[in-house]
Design a protein around this ligand. Structure first.
Ligand code: TYD
Ligand code: MG
Length: 462
């Protein structure tokens, strides 16, 4: 057999390979991401053996496929119920999950909580820490609650040792914190490089599928918020979870970006406390600001996060442009979508926003992509511009079209119910067939507005 090594240049962002170094990756357009790596390929007899070692799969009729699904590693406790929700009902044995998030957001904490709970309820868990020492992890585990005999720690960076231990320990759950710190010695490139991350990911996937172990990997993110390097990994794993939130505030949001075993739009809401992450009593209400007096530039909208409608406050500020082009800034909301809403407000409603700086912010660090908040964004901007507060106890929902028309939201009844539950007795929405009946049932005042102009006149803004 022959082992061949050759030098290649690999983009650490997208994994594209080049024969020569270049300052900019021509595949993904990123600057300064191409680095030199040594690639080893095994050819000849060894490769042949590897090929022969594969068991040949044979097709079968779909009706004869066994449905014996192994039970999920469902963990009890209110705090981890949020994690279960995001996973689609618990960890699946034999699945590979990637958890991404900024440093210090709480990835190690939530996984240690998960490890403690799974080890208590389901059996052996191996927690591999490539970043922290064993005493550090133990101290943290003690902070999080009682220790468990079935939770075993390993501080190791060599993936071969990790795989060996995971097998010999016969564990149900393997946690690798983080994928960027482990390496395979046969690859020459440094830990964290695309080649290492890809190969380590593949080995861990093999372990998960062959032994039925649930594997969870921690992945770091770059400063612009994407998972560092291992985009390749995102394709490989079954589930990609993303942990976010304001590091200075205590609110933490967990969502699935990809999930082969459940929906991707569930949102888990946690609070970071002195004893780890805890689920909030009323996650739907944390994005609202409670005020004695109504202020201008604030509107309440409603987004649907999976099965959960969430009411949230949208804040806007307009101020005359001092010089040059008007500034526009959106935080938590799509910038281009905001530009469209501003254009509709100018053209269809007649607000003169051309010489105004406009800032839009979603409170609570939430990123919103449900188009149902369009109307609330428009209302917040109009309210800021007019310097007139909106009527209190009002929720605005609806997508705004380019002609200024309002489109109905999805699952309106569920959203109405949530509005009423949180004390909002008035809703402005696009006309709905079932609207009147739903409003009557819920004791809600529903204002039907066919377009933005009508909606804003209900709010007393035009
Ligand atoms: P950590 O899980 O180490 O973050 P990551 O693995 O994503 O880098 O969490 C780090 C922060 O969380 C740290 O600043 C301390 C804080 N923390 C608490 O507030 N309470 C706790 O119980 C724990 C364990 C951590
Ligand atoms: Mg960590």
């Amino acid at each position: 057999m022959g082992v061949k090594s050759k030098q290649v240049f690999v983009c650490q962002e997208c994994g594209a390979t080049f024969a020569k170094w270049q300052g900019r990756c021509t595949a993904c357009g990123e600057w300064n991401t191409v680095v030199e790596e040594v690639q080893t390929t095994v050819s000849g007899a060894a490769a042949g053996l590897a090929r022969a070692g594969l068991t040949a799969a044979s097709p079968q009729p779909i009706g004869r496929v066994s449905l014996q699904e192994t039970a999920r590693l469902n963990v009890g406790g209110k705090d981890l119920a949020e994690l279960n929700l995001v996973l689609g009902g618990g960890l699946v044995p034999g699945s590979l999950t990637l958890l991404g998030g900024e440093p210090g957001i709480g990835k190690s904490t939530i996984l240690l909580q998960l490890a403690l709970e799974v080890s208590r309820q389901h059996g052996r868990v191996l927690y591999v820490s490539g970043e922290e020492s064993a005493p550090q992890v133990r101290l943290r585990a003690e902070r999080l609650g009682a220790l468990s005999d079935e939770l075993w720690l390993l501080t190791e960076n060599n993936l071969q040792v990790i795989l060996q231990q995971a097998e010999s320990q016969n564990c149900r759950l393997l946690i690798v914190d983080s994928i960027q710190t482990v390496f395979l010695p046969e690859l020459a490139s440094a830990p964290g490089s695309v080649a290492q991350v890809r190969q380590c990911g593949a080995e861990l996937l093999k372990l998960a599928k062959e032994k039925g172990v649930a594997v969870v990997l921690v992945g770091h993110v770059t400063k612009d918020g994407t998972l560092a390097g291992p985009r390749v990994l995102e394709h490989m794993v079954d589930t990609v979870l993303y942990f976010e939130g304001d590091r200075l505030a205590n609110l933490r949001l967990l969502r699935a970006i990809k999930n082969r075993f459940g929906s991707t739009n569930e949102l888990g809401v946690f609070e970071m406390t002195g004893s780890g992450l805890h689920a909030l009593d009323d996650p739907a209400a944390v994005f609202l600001t409670h005020r004695e007096q109504a202020v201008s530039g604030a509107a309440v909208g409603c987004v649907q996060q999976g099965a959960r409608p969430v009411l949230l406050e949208i804040q806007a500020l307009t101020s005359p442009t001092a010089f040059g082009n008007a500034r526009r800034l959106a935080s938590g909301f799509d910038y281009n979508r905001m530009l469209i809403i501003i254009a509709v407000l100018e053209k269809k409603v007649g607000l003169n926003l051309g010489n105004q700086d406009v800032y839009v912010n979603i409170t609570g660090g939430l990123r919103v992509d449900d188009p149902a908040v369009d109307l609330a964004v428009a209302a917040a901007i109009a309210s800021a511009y007019r310097d007139r507060p909106l009527p209190s106890e009002l929720v605005a929902m609806g997508e705004i079209g380019l002609t200024g028309e309002l489109r109905p939201v999805s699952q309106p009844e569920q959203r109405f119910r949530e509005a009423v539950r949180l004390g909002f007795g008035n809703v402005i929405a696009a006309p709905l067939k079932s609207g009147a009946a739903a409003a009557k049932k819920l004791d809600l005042k529903l204002y039907s507005a066919a377009n933005l102009q009508i909606a804003l006149s209900f709010m007393g803004l035009i």
